[in-house]
Ligand binder design. Structure first.
Ligand SMILES: Nc1nc2c(ncn2[C@@H]2O[C@H](COP(=O)(O)OP(=O)(O)OP(=O)(O)O)[C@@H](O)[C@H]2O)c(=O)[nH]1
Length: 292
């Protein structure tokens, strides 16, 4: 799990500069977002950076996300004309799905080149996304056993290194690490709930109380069943009292920090079911998303 990183404007500027440099050399950007938190795991800085470069949005960890909400997000992005797919990046279909989608995004250009009789060249791609979103997993999956690194020989000017894949994709070997924007405290909470960042002990209570508040409307049965609570518990208790009751039910006496930690572990390990914390109609931070 990524640690909470002290993120200074200088770091951000350097990361973005590096990515801008690398973007010149690719045909397409694979922008990864976590399907459970499509708002909080996206950095709008990429929009400006990528500008007119073809882009494929890849919603990772869709196996952990709520399928209905994923469908709503796919529809939203399709309406916004942003090519998008959702997948389990570890799944055996990942290579096929990503390659097919990338070819579709570039289809016009590929057809033009074919008509001009230009021999098909590999599609060069850059994988970008926030920490823990699945960049390395996807890279490794696409590359399979065909890793072939070009350039960067000693004594030779440093070249970009490309990873070859069996499907005529070439991937830049260093993914672009974007950093989430924390302007809204819910962004931090959502990143911590999904395990993208590690929370401090002090933040943990707030995060778990926010989670219980979310589950109250979204999926109360998951909490009731997991912690053997009375079925009307959400009607009777506020979030603080609910946490105290769960603490007792877990046999942790009055150690509610320990209970909070357990609840987060349960959530991250899928013990509270599949979930998506954000919808296209949510307004979080400065990211204004609207389905209309
Ligand atoms: N369930 C599930 N887990 C995934 C998926 N993709 C990645 N993971 C897991 O998420 C964790 C983080 O994946 P990484 O590939 O290391 O993420 P990263 O973006 O390279 O992370 P950094 O190196 O921190 O930038 C790992 O435990 C992966 O196994 C997915 O689609 N589904």
């Amino acid at each position: 799990m990524a640690q909470i990183i002290q993120w200074y404007p200088g770091h951000m500027a350097k990361a973005l500069r590096l990515m801008r440099e690398n973007l010149k050399h690719v045909d397409i950007v694979f922008e990864l977002v976590d399907a459970r938190i499509p708002i909080s795991s996206r950095n709008p800085a990429l929009d400006d950076l990528v500008a007119d470069k073809p882009r494929l949005l890849i919603m990772t960890k869709s196996d952990l996300a709520d399928p209905k909400r994923t469908a709503a997000w796919l529809e939203y992005y399709q309406k916004a004309q942003l090519p998008v797919i959702a997948l389990d990046t570890r799944g055996h279909q990942a290579t096929k799905i990503v390659t097919k989608a990338a070819k579709e995004v570039l289809s016009e250009r590929l057809t033009t080149l074919a008509e001009k009789g230009v021999k098909e060249k590999p599609i060069r791609a850059l994988v970008a996304g926030i920490p823990n979103v699945g960049k390395s997993t996807l890279l490794n999956h696409l590359v399979q056993k065909n890793v072939a690194i070009t350039g960067d020989r000693p004594g030779v000017t440093k070249k970009l290194q490309w990873l070859k894949t069996p499907t005529n994709l070439e991937l830049l070997d260093t993914p672009g690490v974007l950093w989430p924007k924390f302007e809204d405290q819910r962004v931090g909470q959502h990143l911590a709930m999904t395990g993208a960042i590690k929370e401090t002990l002090i933040q943990r209570d707030d995060i778990v109380l926010a989670l219980l508040g979310f589950m109250r409307n979204y999926h109360p049965a998951a909490i009731i069943e997991r912690y053997h609570l009375p079925s009307d518990v959400f009607e009777r208790l506020n979030n603080v009292d609910l946490l105290l009751l769960i603490t007792q039910k877990l046999g942790f006496k009055d150690d509610y920090d320990r209970a909070a930690e357990r609840i987060l572990v349960d959530l991250r390990h899928g013990k509270l079911g599949r979930y998506t914390l954000e919808l296209p109609t949510d307004h979080i931070g400065e990211v204004v998303v609207d389905a209309d």
